[in-house]
Design a protein around this ligand. Sequence first.
Ligand SMILES: Nc1nc2c(ncn2[C@@H]2O[C@H](COP(=O)(O)OP(=O)(O)OP(=O)(O)O)[C@@H](O)[C@H]2O)c(=O)[nH]1
Ligand SMILES: [Zn+2]
Length: 348
Amino acid sequence: MDINNHQQTETNHESAEKAVRVTGVRKNFFLVSDGQTESLTTASGKLYRQADENGLFPATGDWVRLTDGRITSVLPRKNALSRGASGRQGKKESTPVRTQIIAANLDWVFIVCGLDRDFNLRRIERYLTLVYNCGCTPVVILSKADLHESPEPFVQEVEEISFGVPVLPISSVREDGIAALAPYLGPDQTVALLGSSGAGKSTLVNCLVGKAVQATREVSSHVGKGVHTTTTRDLIRLPTGGALIDNPGIREIAFWDVDDGTDSAFPEIEAWAEECRFSDCTHTEEPGCRVKEACRTGELEEGRLESYLKQKRELGYLADRQTKSADRIEKERWQWVAQEMKQMKKRG
Ligand SMILES: Nc1nc2c(ncn2[C@@H]2O[C@H](COP(=O)(O)OP(=O)(O)OP(=O)(O)O)[C@@H](O)[C@H]2O)c(=O)[nH]1
Ligand SMILES: [Zn+2]
């Protein structure tokens, strides 16, 4: 697509600068909206260069500064859903991990889980961890509630593992429970949808928008010329005034991205762990393990402990891997220095 032919964000004649929101990110261009008009634009060369240093590059949901029709900076983010996000960032000993921002400035993240074969408490726990880890606020949406006489038992099961997170059963096909989502979809609220393939995300989006946006992704008439129907947007405006972000990146978010957010997803286990005899108790074989005792007394379900331990193991593995690669980089650097010195001596 030739961007130059495109009416460049109606380069405002009064002021050449304005803040707009990124509604879609494609390989070489961005779709931005000022709330009225949606248009295509590119990022300034400087922004590309800076992104290499600070990793701050426009993502869907970002507010950006537009100067003469091009994105020149990304405004500070409230939060961001990202792959490779880790609580380790910001800690001194951290290995910088390049994170890929999938969606920014979110008020809520809907964890969509179907009440069919998709229903899996352990997976919901993982998603909760991931969402907490990104500094976002989760809401669990149990879709396809129409497949059951009552979704209540499922709601209770999820509530037991989600500690105060709203758990809302819905049916997009029958439009049941949709009204309960209204408090999260009001003006100025942005929601990202997370959930495995087939969970019912697209169907929910279409239900909320009131038409099949996800299938057809029509571009409305007031959108700038040159934006063809092939240009998909990731941020969808809702009739309620809110915005929904549903993009492939979010759909594919992998669990290994999750770091030590386990504290928030398993608060009761962390609390019992405080009472273990050994402070470094692994809650497996040790005597005086309060967590194991909780399993014996029935206070804690064995499956939940397994899930917790599995997460801990995976996180440990990830941390290990990151440290190793940092060590290797350091080693390689010294090898290079040593070689250079040898060369210099030879020459010298
Ligand atoms: N019974 C019932 N089926 C539903 C409901 N919502 C979605 N489905 C069905 O579930 C299947 C998957 O729905 P999608 O909306 O495409 O799921 P998705 O999460 O967008 O899946 P991906 O696009 O692969 O990420 C489709 O066959 C839908 O018709 C619902 O409320 N009730
Ligand atoms: Zn223990």
